[in-house]
Design a protein around this ligand. Sequence first.
Ligand code: ASP
Length: 304
Amino acid sequence: MGGWAIAVHGGAGVDPNLPPQRQEEAKQLLTRCLNLGISALRSNLPAIDVVELVVRELETDPLFNSGRGSALTEKGTVEMEASIMDGKGRRCGAVSGLTTVKNPISLARLVMDKSPHSYLAFSGAEDFARQQGVELVDNEYFITEENKGMLKLAKEANTILFDYRIPLVGYETCGAGVESPLHMNGLPISVYAPETVGCVVVDSQGICAAATSTGGLMNKMTGRIGDSPLIGAGTYACDVCGVSCTGEGEAIIRGTLAREVAAVMEYKGLGLQDAVDFVIKERLVSGSRERERHTQTDRHFLLS
Ligand code: ASP
């Protein structure tokens, strides 16, 4: 028995430019989830159970972009996705296009444990959820007033939001309806796009696991699948590390970032930080916003 480690993320972390109250809420939620994971690890729960437990909690709280509080599609609906991976045996499960499953991460876990497959999506995934008896809710449950406001802004700015602040053009096109940057047509809006969540753990047996859950990008096309449910892109775990990514999914997919970090550690013998730095430098497209964001902070990758 050795030591254990845990990392939890709600997107890129707490942006110092966010309103202090929102920063505080984010810190409190992350701390609560971190403590939940720590207690579970102290009780010797396996890594895979801990990452599921922590991400479920983040999905249930509406603050971040997963489960309740998920980003909305261009049609104002929620389509969620999640993935989970157990470093022991490299087992994995993933789901996409969920509209009624309260905790997508637990369905991903069931895909891993109870189906012959690794990845189920849309109606097939929902059928499987019913079969497994997981908790289902109306799509409305996932939709928050904040996110409706954010979608409206995204549409007015004609953009898909993955950044944390509303682009200036969003304010400009709001016109006379803007009461303050936090209100539009009487509707409260956030000044940031909601962010994806994830958890990475090494348990006392040295086993790594990783889990990621998201509603994707605000104003995304219906049917869009991002990096978060893709094993090797948004999530990966093996015997050397666990990875949960957040950022612009299309760039993360192109770079197969999560697996690249593990591969660099395995084949190049780099340590964790060096592997992350290497992958960010080599695999994120030069000059893209993704690269800019990743080089600002490595909190986009949480690794154990
Ligand atoms: N990676 C997510 C996606 O593209 C978004 C995020 O990390 O906030 O769906």
